[in-house]
Write a protein that binds this ligand. Structure first.
Ligand code: SF4
Length: 370
């Protein structure tokens, strides 16, 4: 029985590989038909079989900006859902954004929804005795849904990326006394800590408990209220992994993304966004050693691009963004072939009022000095 099952699994796997290989030719053919009507944006964490077709590679914010600059009518976003929404918000009215697979979400973005944030806002008002917008600046990380970006836009807040989180927090504290930071607790805590804020002034809001599970005193004494969300990829890196690398390679450089937990970031040599990670490895001396705490596709791409340096994942386990991985060459071929035949499948839309307020929050971010 076991043999029958394993041979059926093998056959399915072989069929999938054949279909993916055939999809490569289908993508090439559809692109020949579409020409410059379409631009493909590929996130750094995307798998190689897909990203090879990207006209631009980058992080979510960079890519959305690139998409808006090109003449193409169709933007195919090889990333996850919130990234495609951001491309709609920043894109032109005559552009259509397409996500090759609607199942490609982001577990972190899903950890905070508008309903939960609105109910937290009401509870904060109850404790603080005033409209929270007079006391708290809301900041949402780029990795969030469009309606949360709109919420911060409406309430005097801003969006931040992993590159400008410190500037966003400094700007926010210049506006009001406190910050409500969602959905990634780690980016908020790591940035606050580097600004010198004590841990007891950065409290964790659990959206599944009344008043976030916090006492009135904790809320009143907090400078940053951190949403209890995280990236399921970056939280897999552990401080023990840093210790292991240092034990076996005392000359290794530990380079991590700020979505990693504080215990990892505190032990690292360098902390920064995907763009920063890429630049650090590119500029490193030949022969240098790097243990990198970010998604495995980016780490492997850096390793292959720099054979004169040692570049490895910080974790002994494969830290893969499984939601982004849902976009396969077959999905890409399907949306492009449909486009070539005049059919738009998987368009991403954002209602006009949400788009307007989310854009307000993104424009505020752009105005913040780096
Ligand atoms: S790596 Fe983490 S934050 Fe980025 S898309 Fe995947 S789950 Fe979301």
């Amino acid at each position: 029985m076991e043999n029958v099952i394993s041979s059926a699994v093998m056959t399915d796997h072989e069929t999938l590989i054949e279909q993916e290989q055939a999809a490569i030719e289908r993508i090439r053919a559809a692109r020949r038909v579409l020409g410059d009507q379409v631009v493909i944006l590929g996130h750094h964490y995307q798998r190689d079989e897909v990203i090879q077709f990207a006209d631009f590679q980058g992080d979510s914010y960079q890519l959305s900006r690139e998409g808006a600059k090109v003449a193409a009518k169709y933007i195919v976003f090889a990333g996850v859902h919130f990234m495609a929404e951001s491309a709609v918000i920043l894109g032109r009215d005559d552009q259509t954004v397409i996500l090759p697979n609607m199942q490609a979400g982001c577990s972190m973005a899903d950890m905070a929804n508008l309903e939960q944030v609105l109910s937290a806002w009401v509870e904060l008002e109850d404790v603080l005795g005033d409209n929270p917008a007079n006391i708290i600046t809301p900041i949402t990380y780029m990795n969030s849904t469009a309606d949360l970006k709109a919420f911060v836009g409406e309430n005097g807040g801003t969006v931040c990326t992993s590159s400008n989180a410190r500037g966003a927090l400094e700007w926010a504290f210049a506006q009001r006394e406190k910050v409500f930071f969602f959905p990634d607790q780690h980016l908020g805590r790591n940035t606050g800590k580097r600004m010198g804020l004590p841990l007891e002034q950065m409290v964790l809001w659990n959206p599944f408990k009344p008043y976030g599970g916090l006492t009135d005193g904790q809320i009143r004494g907090a400078r940053i209220i951190l949403w209890q969300g995280h990236c399921s990829v970056h939280q897999q890196f552990r401080p023990e992994h840093v210790d292991l690398w240092r034990r076996h390679h005392p000359d290794v450089h530990i380079l991590v993304h700020p979505e990693c937990a504080m215990e990892v970031v505190d032990k690292a040599d360098y902390i920064g966004s995907t763009a920063y990670i890429i630049k650090m490895v590119e500029n490193a001396l030949p022969g240098s050693k790097w243990a990198v705490g970010t998604e495995i596709h980016l780490v492997n791409r850096l390793k292959n691009a720099h054979p004169d340096k040692m570049v490895e994942s910080l974790s002994p386990f494969s830290c893969l963004c499984s939601t982004m991985y849902r976009i396969s060459p077959i999905d890409l071929a399907n949306v492009l072939e449909n486009l070539a035949a005049g059919r738009v499948v998987n368009p991403i839309t954002v209602p006009p009022d949400i788009r307007r307020n989310a854009k307000l929050a993104l424009d505020r971010m752009l105005a913040i000095p780096k």
